[in-house]
Write a protein that binds this ligand. Structure first.
Ligand code: KG4
Ligand code: ZN
Length: 367
């Protein structure tokens, strides 16, 4: 009888991180991410530069993941890759690599929805101890003592707030592969609100981690920003971005400052703390409404913005206050990574959800 666990190679290339991971069963063996410094000065991801960087990084990243996992190519049972949503040029690099790899080894190919994968990151077993970044990235590679709940996994059904650079969703998770989006942003994503505000302040991309860092030293109640009034569980962040732009312009020309730059440098910590407070409150208010109306108190977060210390602390405070059971992923599984693609591949393989080499990458993909 063959008792060897199924080994899955996960490939992620939807935006500006090239990532590969090796998973045995649900246990992570290696999780490697190469960030792309090239976008830093542009205030956002430049699609063509991202595709080129993926093409340069993909083979070294996969080689490194296999080396760290101590796994030979012939031992891999299946390849899971991000099919979408994301930047098409970026997706094509990971997708083409995965197809060629699966074809060469004659193993199953599993297309994965990136947003579904962010949620299933909660089911990855064992944290990888050492930082697994092989190319310097502007975000920290460890969680530096951030609050986390990584020892337990959510039970179905649960609610997941998925917050990233491109998406903001409240998802009702009924089973591993049975999910329903019950609320989402009607314009900008929460991560985008962080990044655009950072750009207005002249901070490099991605601005979310920097705003978080300065916010921890500031007064969150010093400045007031508007919170959009949107029906149901949906969100809107474009008004906040516009209000923030005028706030910086107007305060930069009051009687205490002569330029916006002077205002920002004198008050950076309080500005960041107040902005972060508004975004976190907006997210929390909708989440509270959903838990109340649906009668579900198991609440998870996922996606890049779930690395935010303000959001994590707000969730833990609500756990105390409202008896929620909160699930916060370890830092390395919040931002884009391939471990989450591999775990989704694991559950799809169990259900026989594999596809032939004709399967395509999709910039827009729903579940
Ligand atoms: O999930 P992710 O890595 O990529 C996408 O799928 O978009 O999320 C990236 C987003 C960026 O907008 C980044 O600024 C934000 O996550 N982010 C944060 C933090 N860390 C990453 N936002 C706020 N606070 C953080 N600590
Ligand atoms: Zn993502």
């Amino acid at each position: 009888m063959n008792t060897k666990p199924v080994i899955i190679l996960g490939i992620e290339s939807s935006c500006d991180d090239t990532a590969a991971a090796v998973l045995a069963g649900t246990n992570i063996l290696a999780n490697v991410v190469a960030g792309q410094e090239v976008h830093k000065s542009f205030g956002g991801v430049v699609p063509e530069l991202a595709s080129r960087a993926h093409q340069q990084n993909i083979i070294p990243v996969v080689d490194e993941a296999l080396k760290r996992a101590g796994v030979k190519r012939e031992e891999i049972s299946a390849v899971a890759f991000t099919q979408g949503p994301g930047l098409l040029g970026s997706l094509l690099v990971g997708g083409s690599f995965a197809k060629a790899f699966a074809l060469a080894l004659n193993i199953p190919l599993i297309p994965v929805n990136h947003m579904q994968a962010h949620i299933l990151a909660h089911f990855i077993r064992k944290k990888v101890d050492s930082p697994q970044s092989i190319v310097h990235s502007s975000s920290p590679t460890t969680d530096h003592g951030l609050p986390t709940t990584d020892s337990k996994t959510p039970q179905f059904p649960f609610l997941c707030l998925t917050v990233s650079g491109g998406h903001t969703q409240i998802v009702l998770v009924k089973d591993y592969l049975e999910m329903e989006i019950i609320g989402q942003t009607t314009d900008d994503a929460a991560g985008e609100a962080f990044d655009k505000a950072a750009k207005i302040m002249g901070l490099p991309y991605p601005g979310g981690p920097l705003i978080d860092k300065y916010a921890q030293l500031g007064n969150p109640l010093r400045y007031k920003f508007p919170e959009a009034k949107i029906a149901g569980y949906d969100f809107s962040f474009s008004g906040l971005k516009t209000a923030f732009m005028y706030f910086i312009r107007d305060n930069g020309m009051d009687n205490t400052c002569t330029t916006p730059e002077e205002f920002i440098s004198k008050n950076l910590n309080d500005i960041c703390a107040s902005l972060q407070h508004t975004i976190v409150q907006t997210l929390m208010n909708k989440l509270k409404l959903a838990t109340k109306e649906l009668g579900i108190s198991q609440v998870a977060i996922a996606g890049g913005v779930s690395a935010n210390s303000g959001l994590r602390n707000a969730l833990l405070a609500e756990q105390e206050k409202s008896n929620w059971n909160v699930f916060i992923p370890p830092f390395e599984y919040c931002t884009d990574n391939a471990a989450m693609i591999a775990i989704t591949g694991h559950y799809k393989l169990l259900q026989g959800q594999i596809e032939g080499e004709e399967t395509g990458s999709k910039a827009r993909l729903y579940f």
